[in-house]
Design a protein around this ligand. Structure first.
Ligand code: SF4
Length: 518
């Protein structure tokens, strides 16, 4: 038994060492003989968010990355290629292992060269920086962020301050710190123009104000070396600055109907901090500022559905036959792929349209683009033909569909009048649920179609291979645009089923609402 434990431990250490090498990050053995990563800038950032997250990250014990997470990282890498073009003399050390990189970085610094992916260490701290550029009196540090906004992203500052601290401990004086980010208004026409795509923000002042890197780093290394993960209570920090990948695990012990399902987040954290976790434990005389939270409390306490029949009747009265139930699927990329599109613009590649007349006769149309080419022109031709001239266009969460349609009108102006008319016909089926005119406790504070459909009809997406929009988007993108996934026919079939259920599900919801108020 004992030798088995030793063997498992050896295997663990070996596996970790391989992982560390792959990640090109130095590592050391802690007091228990466990191989630990150096405190990298991403670990430093995890430490800024939560010690528990830091502990699990430092041991590579986070849940596996989803296809969507991998997609986000790929967007960052795509953007970096264009930023690097703005530094034509830069030398890229990205392919060296960390040991070679650290030596070569020092060598290039001596020669005053611009360096991409420079590595530096100080004690147990390590960073691989994006761009280090010589300037008149020292060096400039650049961080690339595949984001369209930097002003509100305060988390970028400690990231640069950490790098600056290690540089200066290596005798490299940092004069300026910049963030290179994406111009959200850039419209692709032909080849990508890095000069127009990339924007720069000087954050030297903000970085220079940070003076707690040493103190925090010592604290974080101590946390990483602990034998057990720190016990940390969930808090607002679980979503800030990023949604923590351990959220499901940390929330697994909460009661089924917990206070975080309320809509007023100030209230729910207040209750949470008072130790009230279960909605049922909120005192009956608690004053809620929002009617929505009163509805949730009443539904959970009585274990029953709450329905405001008058409001639902008013909503249903607005609908005009024929009903056109519409749903788009989209993907987006940091670097626009098609002409006349922008960074992170939602490109619609699929729609499902169910048409229902007064006699309850239903027809179904769907569109799913073929590979590689811009799906939008063909989608518009088909949609114009199929969506008719009159009758309500029923969507679930109109902000999304209207956003997609507005961009289509902007990019293909010859369709503008049909699109504007279609937008005028839109009715949002999410409204009664957002307003909590209907609430079933099994929604658990959510009003998305995926939460409402089972709550109202008892039907759900569990039999489908693709059961959510993110998955649909990723499967389409990596099978049709990138051609990485090979089972294209199967994916197409699953996409058609998924999007079809979104619109058919809306028919069932309206039928059920009618039945409830009749
Ligand atoms: S979910 Fe919250 S408490 Fe748990 S590790 Fe993440 S940030 Fe920390």
């Amino acid at each position: 038994m004992f030798s088995m434990v030793i063997r498992e431990r050896e295997l663990f250490i070996k596996k970790e060492a391989i992982l560390m090498r792959k990640r090109m990050c130095p590592y050391f053995k802690n007091k228990e003989g466990i191989i630990m990563r150096f405190l990298t800038k991403s670990l430093y950032m995890s430490g800024q968010q939560c010690p528990r997250l830091l502990w699990f990250s430092s041991r590579n014990q986070l849940p596996e990355l989803s296809l969507y997470d991998q997609h986000k990282f790929a967007q960052g890498r795509d953007f970096e290629k264009y930023v690097k073009k703005l530094f034509p003399d830069g030398l890229d050390l990205g392919n060296l292992n960390y040991g070679e990189n650290i030596k070569e970085t020092q060598n290039l610094i001596r020669q005053s060269k611009t360096i991409f992916e420079a590595c530096m260490v100080y004690k147990n701290l390590f960073f691989k920086g994006d761009i280090l550029e010589p300037s008149a009196d020292g060096w400039n540090l650049y961080e690339m962020k595949a984001s369209t906004e930097v002003k509100k992203k305060k988390e970028y500052i400690p990231d640069l301050a950490f790098q600056k601290y290690i540089c200066e401990k290596n005798g490299i004086k940092i004069i300026n710190c910049f963030i290179e980010y994406i111009n959200k208004d850039y419209i692709k026409q032909g080849n990508i123009s890095p000069n127009e795509l990339v924007l720069q923000e000087d954050v030297t002042g903000e970085v220079n104000q940070i003076d707690d890197i040493e103190e925090n780093s010592e604290k974080y290394i101590e946390t990483m070396e602990q034998a057990k993960p720190p016990e940390v209570s969930i808090s607002k920090k679980c979503n800030r600055p990023y949604e923590c990948p351990l959220k499901d695990e940390c929330r697994s012990n909460l009661p089924e109907y917990h206070v975080l399902q309320l809509t007023n987040w100030r209230k729910y954290w207040e209750l949470f901090e008072e130790g009230i976790l279960d909605i049922k434990d909120i005192p009956k005389d608690e004053i809620f500022s929002s009617n929505k939270d009163r509805v949730i409390k009443e539904a959970v306490d009585g274990n029953r559905i709450i329905i405001n029949k008058d409001k639902i009747r008013c909503f249903l009265k607005e609908l005009q036959y024929p009903f056109y139930y519409l749903d788009f699927e989209t993907f987006d990329t940091a670097i626009p792929i098609f002409d006349q599109s922008r960074p992170y613009q939602k490109i619609s590649f699929q729609y499902s349209l169910h048409v229902q007349d007064e006699n309850n006769k239903v027809k179904h149309f769907d569109f799913l683009a073929q590979r590689e080419k811009d799906p939008r022109p063909e989608l518009l031709v088909r949609l114009e033909k199929e969506i008719g001239q009159s009758g309500s266009v029923i969507v679930f969460n109109k902000t999304f569909e209207i956003g997609v349609l507005n961009k289509l009108a902007e990019d293909f102006p010859k369709y503008e009048s049909f699109i504007t008319h279609t937008i005028d016909r839109i009715i949002d089926l999410a409204e009664p649920f957002k307003n909590y005119d209907y609430y079933n406790p099994i929604q658990k504070g959510r009003y998305s179609l995926k939460a409402v459909l089972p709550a109202i009809t008892g039907k759900d997406y569990s039999d489908l291979e693709i059961d959510n929009g993110t998955d649909a988007s990723m499967k389409y993108f990596y099978s049709h645009i990138k051609a990485d996934l090979k089972n294209v026919d199967e994916i197409r079939n699953n996409l058609l089923k998924y999007c079809g259920l979104d619109t058919e599900g809306m028919i069932w919801i309206i039928e059920e609402l009618n039945r409830m108020v009749s």
